[in-house]
Design a binder for this molecule. Structure first.
Ligand code: MG
Length: 386
């Protein structure tokens, strides 16, 4: 059970919902961090009175320091601030709701402190899964996934006696806003088209990843690392209704699934209350009112990011870190309307072919792979635009 949380990424979609859950469960908040949203983090700090508030951006942090001068909250900035928040003594649980590679080092630091990690930052496991899971085993820390699919699997595995009983994990995938389109039809899709997700309301980066299906690719890798299973035992199926949040197939042929309305507060709440379940104010799923549940195979020919992710998942080493770094950079450029939709997989492919891969990487190799991948994407975008 969580009593006090430190929250990385408090102003994003998962961060705001985590604070709603904290309010509902009466949890204390020891630290809040964000990138540069001064107004929102100030309001959050005034409500939850954390000992520490961090803005990654230095200028924004000095502004926040002035505004919170009348409170007991200390203000820090940069990676130093994120590390201090992740390892703050008062918190028993770290919620990592930041997007991207920036979450890696603070997560590792919190694992060393034996905290429960409520993991909503999938890039951490994608880029450095082996490193993170080895640290978890060595330090006796605990990871409870917040990503809805991985939370569903985690819930289905309660009572499972060992990995040998699992035949495969089946991640469900909404298909995103472009389900059914061909590769050629995807070419003209814009930022606004991609940000119209049919079922889930999420941040911009993950919504674009859901449109390219890179999100499912990242989640396949996340599941492989979290449950130490090979690619051959992790599958994805398209399930347009987002009601079955994922399934586990066991060796005796039983399939267990977790169902519910698409509401991120359920997996967040479970990550806080595990191994217990708390009363929820949300309306439960009404089976009699819900639409027919359908399942289909994803189209990896049209959605090339999924195929690339599976290839990298099989390759291991720094391949996933290169893929993730290139994807983050390319999605940023797509959101800034500097590249087209199909340029995202193309730039990721190019970065993979240009960047040297390292097997059994240390943290420094992973950070270097990430840097080189981003550099490759930036260079190609610049060359194409003259
Ligand atoms: Mg998910």
């Amino acid at each position: 059970m969580t009593r006090t949380v430190a929250l990385l990424g408090s102003t994003g979609s998962i961060g705001r919902q985590t604070l709603e859950v904290a309010r509902e469960l009466g949890l204390k908040v020891a630290a809040l961090t964000a990138n540069r949203s001064v107004d929102l983090i100030e309001r959050q700090a005034r409500e939850f009175s954390p000992r520490l508030a961090v803005l990654y951006d230095e200028t924004a942090a000095s502004e926040l320091r002035k505004r919170l001068a009348d409170t007991k909250t200390e203000v820090m900035s940069g990676m130093e601030g994120l590390l201090a928040a992740a390892t703050i003594d008062e918190a028993d649980t770290l919620v990592t709701a930041v997007v991207g590679m920036i979450g890696l080092e603070p997560t590792l630091a919190a694992i060393e402190k034996k905290k429960r990690i409520a993991l909503a930052n999938k890039e951490t496991l994608v880029c450095a899964g082996e490193l993170v899971m080895d640290a978890v085993d060595r330090c006796g820390a605990e990871i409870v996934p917040v990503d809805s699919e991985h939370s569903a699997i985690f819930q289905c595995l309660q009572g499972c006696r060992g990995r040998g009983e699992i035949k495969r994990l089946i991640l469900t995938c909404s298909g995103g806003p472009f389900y059914g389109l061909s590769y050629e039809e995807l070419a003209g899709k814009t930022r606004a088209d991609a940000l119209r997700h049919p079922n889930w309301s999420m941040g911009a980066k993950i919504t674009v990843d859901s449109a390219t299906l890179m999100n499912k690719g990242l989640e396949i890798i996340e599941a492989m690392r979290l449950y130490r299973l090979p690619l051959s035992q992790v599958d994805a199926v398209i399930h347009r209704q987002s009601i079955v949040h994922s399934l586990v197939e066991f060796r005796d042929g039983a399939l267990l699934a977790q169902l519910g309305t698409p509401d991120m507060k359920l997996p967040i709440r479970y990550a806080m209350t595990y191994p217990y379940r708390a009363q929820s104010p949300a309306e439960p799923l009404d089976l009699l009112a819900c639409p027919p549940l359908t399942f289909a195979a994803p189209d990896e020919g049209a959605f090339r990011c999924l195929r690339i992710a599976k290839r990298c998942a099989g390759a291991g080493g720094t391949a996933c870190a290169v893929m993730n770094g290139a994807n983050e950079e390319a999605v940023g450029a797509f959101l800034a309307e500097r590249i087209g939709f199909n340029d995202i997989p193309a730039l990721v492919e190019t970065a993979l072919s240009e960047t040297a891969q390292v097997s059994a990487p240390a943290l420094a190799d992973i950070l270097e792979a990430d840097r080189a991948a981003r550099e490759s994407v930036r260079r190609h975008i610049k060359e194409c635009r003259g």
